[in-house]
Design a protein around this ligand. Structure first.
Ligand code: NI
Length: 301
């Protein structure tokens, strides 16, 4: 939505790349099974993906609601009985409360994407508090729903802020593992190809429903994922399925602290090149960290 330059802090994380998931083998004919509503969230944590033993992914759509594009996307999702997650900008919530209500009425999840889409890593706690609470209040006022998820614009958030937001606001911080760079408007077929080639079980897939091309890409994207055997979950549902990998000496009864629950993102692929002059939100994959370690960054530098 808005452009900034020099998100250099994301570059370092793009160098590490070792896939920790394998391509799914699910039958293309496997029909998505209905999921139970996500249980009450555990202690808030930070996620870029989940480790799951079934081929679920979470489609996420940022920066809306958009009067021009979100209803059309909702129609596409409804036709396929797919539930997604929408990270809404507070200003757009206030302008489109009817769409907010429709998103929830059709079984999707809503998360907080701040009020004005700033880089939170550059703001003090008072400003961050205002960005978060104003958006929480607007979503609640429009729909009665209070989000439990926050996606920081640009993925820009410091480790301290992450822990503070989890503790202070009870919000899980949701990054992503698949980034089609749809904001660059490469054409619908490229968006589709990038998502299909990068998707893995447990993936959190980033895109933006404010862009017409992105929504234009969704029929082929969604049908392509279905054809590969993928099923769809909201982010909270995906988190509920998460099975953290354990290292030697750890027990299955893991600590629910924000660190031990933090999920490692998938590696950046050739479709998510590092760019020193990247100019858009959510433009690179978030930090790569090794299993059982907290996701490193996105931290401002
Ligand atoms: Ni955004």
């Amino acid at each position: 939505m808005r452009c900034v330059t020099g998100l250099l802090f994301l570059l370092g994380v793009l160098t590490a790349a070792a896939q920790d998931t394998t391509p799914i083998q699910a039958s293309p004919t496997a029909a998505p099974s209905p999921l139970k509503p996500a249980p009450s969230p555990l202690k808030p944590a930070t996620y870029s993906q989940a480790h799951v033993d079934q081929p679920y992914v979470a489609m996420t759509f940022d920066d809306g609601p958009s009067a021009a594009n979100t209803p059309r996307l909702l129609d596409m999702l409804k036709q396929r009985n797919i539930k997604a997650t929408f990270f809404l900008i507070g200003q757009n919530v206030a302008a489109n409360p009817d769409i907010v209500r429709r998103i929830l009425a059709e079984g999707h999840e809503i998360g907080n994407h701040t009020w004005t889409h700033p880089q939170l890593s550059k703001l003090g706690d008072d400003r961050v508090t205002a960005e978060i609470t104003k958006t929480q209040d607007a979503i609640k006022q429009a729909s009665g729903f209070t989000p439990t998820l926050l996606r920081p614009p640009y993925g820009a958030i410091t480790p301290r802020q992450r822990q503070w937001i989890e503790n202070q606001f009870g919000l899980s911080v949701i990054l992503w593992s698949v980034d089609p760079l749809d904001w660059k408007r490469p054409g619908p077929s490229v968006v589709t190809q990038r998502i299909l080639s990068q998707a893995r079980p447990g993936a959190i897939i980033l895109s933006h429903d404010i862009h017409k091309q992105t929504v234009d890409a969704m029929p082929a994207t969604l049908d392509g994922l279905i054809a590969k055997g993928y099923r769809f979950a909201t982010v909270s549902q995906l988190i509920a399925m998460n099975k953290p990998k354990l290292s030697t000496g750890q027990t299955a009864n893991i600590d629910r602290s924000h660190n031990s629950k933090t999920i490692t993102p998938t590696p950046a692929s050739s479709a998510t090149p590092a760019s020193s002059n990247a100019q858009h939100p959510e433009n690179t994959a978030p930090a790569k960290s090794s299993t059982n370690q907290p996701a490193t960054a996105p931290a401002a530098q």
